[in-house]
Design a protein around this ligand. Sequence first.
Ligand code: NAP
Ligand code: GDD
Length: 324
Amino acid sequence: MGSKNALITGITGQDGAYLARLLLEKGYTVYGVHARRSTDTLWRLRYLGIDNEIRLIPADITDLSSLVRSMEQSRAQEVYNLAAQSFVGSSWNQAILTAQVTGVGVVNLLEAVRIVNPTARFYQASTSEMFGLIQESMQSESTPFYPRSPYGVAKLYGHWIAVNYRESFGMHTSSGILFNHESPLRGIEFVTRKVTDAAARIKQGKQKELRLGNIDAKRDWGFAGDYVEAMWLMLQQERPDDYVVATGVTTTVRDMCRIAFEHVGLNYEEHVVIDPQFYRPAEVDVLLGNPAKAQRQLGWSAKTPLQTLITMMVDADMARVRRE
Ligand code: NAP
Ligand code: GDD
């Protein structure tokens, strides 16, 4: 195991950072596709203390030749495609960019793998957003998809092209249909982190109110640190396949707020203001995953209950705000 090379796209994101740490712990040499930005994007790798252990390759998921070079340079046997424009809310304002990065980006990387090393194992970061307007009350691998955002539509393309390369070329491509997963490394634009950060700021007198959209939406939330283990397990299977990764519990945004604010002795109802600017043109009202297949075939199950996850995030934000 110690001699394996892995290539991660999206290594500077929440999941990329946790996955990189997991693979380093397992003895992999970890390469990361690093898209050029004018701002610092390495803070998550620093937070986990692994920034000096990753070999970053300048490349972009929309640029095939840079991905071919990334495959050549890394000599990766395992490729994890986590790169995406991943914020659903932005996908209506940047629908074409989202299609190019989150959708066409997948076939770019699959082509790079096919050209350089078609035997490399490939993980695609699929999503519960593909279920959108849910067709079954609990969503499994056989539930029909009905995406509700340009992001969900782009991800659906990524999902099917990964399936297609498996069926067309016999490539070892697996998709994890992951439900929402969060952590102290979550981007501030996503609702859990927006809430935990606000609870910390309000508690420390640095913010007065928290403006949110639809707090009756329900999500199946787990901990990102648990979910990256499922990604790795998928690529260790003899046969590639698709798996739902979820907790099997769904909770409203409202109840998640209650947990976060109560943890610092506050009542969310005194601070949350409903602001229609955060409503979405088409909402995914409820998501609830059935992780039975992942449990059965991968031996994976979610370990972190929502209460533990949210209090962990609030504690991290309390410390961050105190340091500011
Ligand atoms: P994230 O924190 O938003 O990270 C996205 C990553 O993609 C960042 O490293 C970003 O780089 C990179 N990226 C964006 N545009 C790129 C481009 N043009 N070329 C190369 N890299 C680019 O997302 P996450 O929460 O870790 O999620 C990881 C993956 O899982 C995503 O594909 C997401 O859609 C999917 N997913 C997430 C969840 C969830 O609940 N977290 C659930 C299901 C599926 P910069 O830092 O440079 O912007
Ligand atoms: N972001 C945000 N901000 N969401 C809000 C707000 C707000 O102020 N108020 C209410 N919400 C609601 C959204 O309308 C949505 O129903 C829910 O909170 C969760 O929103 P996000 O945290 O932005 O996540 P998401 O479910 O849209 O998407 C995340 O999970 C997907 C998997 O289901 C992202 O990580 C996607 O990349 C991922 O695929």
